[in-house]
Design a protein around this ligand. Sequence first.
Ligand code: NAP
Length: 322
Amino acid sequence: MPEHHRVIIIGSGPAGNTAAIYTGRAGLKPLVLAGFTRGGPPGGQLMLTSEIENFPGFPEGGIDGKKLMGAMRKQGEEMGATYIDTDVDAVDLSKRPFKVVTADAEYIADSVIISTGARSRLFGIPGEEKLISRGLHTCATCDGAFYKKKHVLVLGGGDSAMEEAHYLTHFADVTLVHRREEFRASKTMLERVKKNPKIKMRLNEQPVEYLLRANGTVRGIKARNTKTGQSNDIEADGVFVAIGHIPNTDLFKGQLKMDDNGYIITGAAAGGPKDHPSTYTNVHGVFACGDVQDHTYRQAITAAGSGCMAAIDCERWLGEQG
Ligand code: NAP
């Protein structure tokens, strides 16, 4: 017989861990299927981030991403959550209780909180993921301040790249590297970047390789000019990749309502309460929080906030079911 739980939380970034703390404290004994971060330890994108300087509560130099996730998890466990370090292979949300399947076990649950997060799109250059936080970054708000008075590259030509490039000029000189002459970015954001004297552009350049220092950190890129075919080294102190994000929602395709980019739709638009924001998905008893349903803010603190919302929504919904 599959193990039965009141609530199963899928994913253990700031959203999942906060949902675990709150549902644990509410006596629901949540089971957290903690997932893996690109084959690394569970804990979501923050496991790939070094110092986090903008998570409230750490005034003296911020906190290491792994430490923050470790502390949140410990707090979840102390509140009565059980964590299992496993990915989820399949879910069946078509009827209650819901079914959740991992490589080793099958579980059933009265409610499910989805906090599987999102990942930054990368180029697929061999060894790329291991360079994250070693001169290669995917979030200017998180890591831009490490480059005060330095020179950084921003790779991409969409709104994310424009936003990151503009933000980074608070600290550094920026070269925006894009593979075409036309931009996917909106006109307003592109104009703002073009007018910014701290941003230069290198167009028609497709990144193909990272240049490394002797200590293994990134010192720029090797790019192929898409017009001439010529190979060019573009040097910098750090590199920010901004070619989009991919929500981790493959498991739920065909079962939950998603937008065109694959983010889970929550709140009133998914049939949740009309009078306030919520984490309801279109399936009653299934809630989603964190980056898996948020392509706008994507911050640890907003993910944690929505994890709290999901736990409260879930607890109230279970209460209504009796
Ligand atoms: P996006 O619009 O999909 O743009 C991705 C960019 O990365 C494109 O310029 C694309 O080049 C480039 N790219 C993708 N794969 C590449 C590869 N393998 N090699 C080289 N270049 C590659 O993604 P986004 O900028 O993250 O935006 C996603 C959505 O969020 C959009 O709807 C955007 O409007 C929205 N957004 C809004 C704001 C805002 O309003 N404040 C901020 C950020 C994002 P090509 O153009 O050549 O394909």
